[in-house]
Design a protein around this ligand. Structure first.
Ligand SMILES: *[C@@H]1O[C@H](CO)[C@@H](O)[C@H](O)[C@H]1NC(C)=O
Ligand SMILES: *[C@@H]1O[C@H](CO)[C@@H](O)[C@H](O)[C@H]1NC(C)=O
Length: 359
């Protein structure tokens, strides 16, 4: 077993998995496992209870100190937010220039367009010449496009998290997306950030700006102060989209046959129902006063918060790398490694339990 434990090669993992599955099918093993697990659960609290009252009292003092730590940590994150605001102002001129180049309202000069070639792409002079001629031919065929066409749409398509939301009928609309900005809440205001989506005039809606605001909580929750781990997204609000007539892609009309109960006659009625679309992002489920959400809305919001966070943290700061695909490979590598680690950990854990039972 220690062979599996310390080895991470796939065949041994699979063999380990097979053995584990066999072990888990053995009722005696299962019963023993249950017994051991039962013994483990609650043992920490059992230990606390066994302590003399006077010691328990002191432990409570430690917990109160811990709560105070959580409040100081909250102050720390408030200052981080202040720093983010300060630095956002420094990035903004560069993001504005990015936007101008994407839109085609600014043509970068030659020195701004120089970029070291990839080492892999070392070409002979002859090949370079050939490539240049072909490029020129390509350019002649197409009329000169404005800026960088479909920049943000391409970014969306390249990021799994976003492309999952993207429907075919959203694509012509997102071709008109010209910029995404992050706006932080002002100092002294409750912590939040707003994603601003700027559109050029288009035939789909009359808005030129769509917004999505995420409210953050940066205070420890009084009822559960130890769960505090930095600011958390608590809720979000979208905005109204003023769709041009017939262009509302978040709606679809369906025909439904309806049977009259008494007479038994059948008639067809048309109904409008929600349609899948990225633009549902701007109409998130509302959290009711009592804070209780049904499961579907909860899942939608959980995904929504993740997307909002990702756009703010990754997409807006490094859009060009998502456009070219360079940022995506990095992210995928990280995820792959993490998943591997999890699998490895899981099997090690099962095998550990097995050894423990057999002892
Ligand atoms: C609704 O969604 C379907 C499939 O995603 C799409 O083909 C259709 O165009 C949408 N309806 C409208 C009115 O946009
Ligand atoms: C578009 O559809 C949504 C439902 O998905 C609806 O709430 C909204 O009022 C519609 N807007 C227009 C202008 O028809």
């Amino acid at each position: 077993f220690f062979f599996f434990f310390f080895s991470s090669s796939l065949p041994s993992l699979l063999l380990g998995a097979l053995l584990t599955v066999q072990m888990m099918q053995n009722p005696q093993v299962l019963a023993a496992l249950q017994e051991r697990l039962d013994g483990l659960v609650g043992s920490p609290s059992g230990y606390m209870e066994s302590l003399p009252k006077i010691v328990k009292r002191r432990v409570n003092a430690l917990k109160n100190l811990q709560v105070k730590c959580a409040h100081i940590e909250a102050k720390f994150y408030e200052e981080v937010h202040e720093l983010e605001r300060k630095y956002a102002a420094m990035y903004q001129p560069l993001f504005d220039k990015r936007s101008d180049i994407v839109k085609g309202s600014y043509e970068p000069a030659d020195d701004e367009c120089e970029w070291k070639a990839d080492e892999e792409e070392e070409l002979t002079e002859e090949m370079k010449e050939k490539a240049k001629v072909e490029e020129e031919k390509k350019d002649e065929e197409k009329e000169d496009p404005k800026g960088i066409p479909e920049f943000w749409l391409t970014v969306f398509k390249n990021v799994d998290l976003l492309s999952d939301m993207l429907q075919e009928h959203d694509e012509p609309i997102l071709k008109h997306l010209q910029d995404i900005k992050v706006k932080f809440s002002d100092a002294g205001q409750p912590m939040s950030f707003t994603l601003e989506f700027f559109f050029e005039p288009n035939e789909f809606f009359t808005n030129t700006l769509l917004t999505k605001t995420y409210k953050m909580r940066s205070e420890p929750d009084e009822s559960d102060p130890f769960s505090f781990d930095g600011p958390e997204i608590m809720g979000c609000t979208g905005c109204q989209i003023d769709w041009t007539k017939g262009k509302n892609v978040t709606l679809k009309t369906i025909k439904k046959k309806q049977k009259h109960k008494g007479r038994g006659t059948v008639r067809t009625v048309t109904k409008t129902v929600p349609n899948d679309s990225f633009f549902n992002f701007f109409a998130p489920p509302e959290v009711p006063e009592n804070g209780e959400l049904d499961e579907d809305s909860e899942a939608v919001l959980a995904a929504d918060f993740e997307i909002g966070h990702f756009i703010r943290e990754r997409i807006v700061p490094r859009a060009v790398l998502y456009f070219t695909g360079e940022a995506i490979e990095d992210d995928d590598d990280d995820e792959g490694e993490e998943a591997d680690d999890e699998v490895r950990f899981f099997f090690s854990f099962l095998i550990y339990i097995y050894i423990y039972i057999c002892k």
